[in-house]
Design a binder for this molecule. Structure first.
Ligand SMILES: Nc1ncnc2c1ncn2[C@@H]1O[C@H](COP(=O)(O)OP(=O)(O)OP(=O)(O)O)[C@@H](O)[C@H]1O
Ligand SMILES: [Mg+2]
Length: 262
């Protein structure tokens, strides 16, 4: 089943009374109730080990909740898997494949035609600004370029939901800022709902429509901060008073949950 047929009133992701523990271990996520509309850009911030990656894995259907219900576009996460793509911190490129082949890989797995794979690989690498690197190998690319390839690869199958787990965590601030701006531009061309884990407050505020602040042990939603800027967003919003206010509020919220965790 494809999510295209679902009415827009169905949220992209819905959590109802969700709890997660691994085996007999401690409760990792507890009493999670949240609903995010389609087209949201949702960031998760919180202390290390509070359950951010676990949150994404639950949405992806890679793990099941211990209690409660999760719906992705009105379906069980397992049934929605075709419409999701996971991007990890490490770009996860196959070193023996050129950029073009790396980007084509998910399409190949899905049985797309050669013609379609070629066209999409070119279009998507152009979108991330790397069309000239199609014949290069991963070792010939910088960290930022590798991440761009990873994003092009995700975009190539046109996922409706993109799960990004600290995708820019290993990059310097300037590269990260530029990738943040480009990610929002790409989303204007090929819209997707995003669930994004980060440790950077400024990145969360710049990108997100919603920032989920998680406390730890067990992970609970401490606060969901709504960021009122429309998309597309330009780099200049970082200098606005409103942006700085939300930044301060988010930093404060994060500090509170970190102090609790300490
Ligand atoms: N497969 C698993 N088996 C057992 N415990 C797990 C498993 N995956 C995660 N955990 C535990 O769940 C908790 C949350 O882990 P998670 O990876 O979601 O944290 P995180 O918020 O992403 O942390 P970080 O910021 O360090 O990436 C941790 O205590 C971790 O040890
Ligand atoms: Mg994590």
């Amino acid at each position: 089943m494809s999510i295209h047929k679902n009415p827009p009133s169905i949220p992209s992701v819905l959590f109802e009374g969700v709890q997660k523990r691994f085996g007999k271990g401690p409760i990792v996520l507890d009493n999670i109730n949240a609903s995010f509309p389609r087209g949201s850009f949702v960031s998760f911030i919180g202390p290390s080990g509070c359950g951010k990656s676990t949150f994404l894995k639950l949405i992806a259907g890679l793990i099941d909740p211990t209690e409660g219900k999760i719906e992705v576009e009105g379906m069980t996460p397992a049934n929605a898997r075709e419409d999701l793509f996971f991007v990890f911190q490490d770009a996860n490129l196959l070193p023996w494949l050129r950029v073009r082949e790396n980007v084509e890989l998910p399409m190949k797995i899905r049985g797309e035609s050669k013609k379609r794979m070629h066209e999409q690989a070119e279009k998507m690498t152009e979108l991330v600004g790397l069309k000239d690197s199609l014949r290069k190998y991963p070792w010939q690319l910088s960290g930022g370029m590798k991440m761009r390839v990873s994003i092009a690869r995700a975009l190539s199958i046109k996922p409706h939901i993109m799960l990004l787990d600290e995708p820019f965590g290993a990059l310097d601030e300037m590269t990260r800022d530029k990738l943040n701006e480009d990610l929002l531009k790409i989303r204007e061309v090929d819209p997707f709902t995003a669930f994004f884990v980060t440790h950077s407050v400024s990145e969360a505020v710049f990108l997100s429509s919603h920032i989920v602040v998680l406390s730890s042990h067990p992970g609970r939603i401490a606060e969901i901060i709504e960021v009122p800027f429309d998309y597309p967003r330009s780099a200049e919003i970082r200098e606005s008073q409103k942006y700085l206010e939300i930044l301060a509020h988010t930093a404060h919220s994060l500090r509170s949950v970190k102090e609790e965790a300490a």
